[in-house]
Design a binder for this molecule. Structure first.
Ligand code: ATP
Length: 135
């Protein structure tokens, strides 16, 4: 079976390396399904799950906080500011981050900069909580 190499990298170092029969990711322009031999592309990602479908039929979930996907026929590279494989997500930490962000959003309606930051923090936290439930 043909496979494609997958690498998820953050500024702190590699988070995931593996081989897949398919990789799914949520680009800002829509859902991407990448099979071995895919045409090259680069696309920005949303705060979402990258799903690595491995050869024995299992799916591994990686939480990505934005970043970019670079596809080449034999390799998918994801460059993200932060990324965690499902099993490494600290759920209590994500819940606490979610609560903090919700409080900030409820209390601080005038300050747009803080509100935007809180909205992104909330999205990251919800994404982590959802993905941790899939491990
Ligand atoms: P927090 O407020 O809890 O730090 P955050 O969304 O602001 O959350 P980020 O700035 O996205 O955190 O990430 C900072 C670093 O902490 C990254 O290395 C990221 O992988 C890691 N990280 C953040 N939240 C979690 C979590 N719930 N479980 C595991 N690692 C996490």
């Amino acid at each position: 079976m043909k496979t494609i190499q997958v690498s998820v990298v953050t500024p702190d170092g590699p988070v995931f390396e593996g081989n897949a029969k398919m990789v799914s990711a949520k680009a800002k322009s829509g859902e991407l399904g990448v099979l071995p031999g895919h045409i090259p592309l680069v696309a920005p990602l949303t705060i979402s799950a990258v799903r690595v479908h491995d050869v024995d039929g299992k799916t591994q979930y990686v939480a990505v906080s934005g970043g970019f996907i670079e596809v080449r026929p034999e390799k998918v590279t994801i460059l993200a500011e932060a990324a965690e494989v499902a099993g490494d997500i600290e759920v209590d930490r994500a819940r606490a981050a979610k609560e903090r962000a919700e409080k900030r959003l409820a209390g601080n309606k005038q300050d747009n900069v803080d509100a935007t930051r809180a909205e992104f923090a909330l999205k990251r936290a919800i994404n982590r909580i959802d993905i941790a439930a899939k491990r």
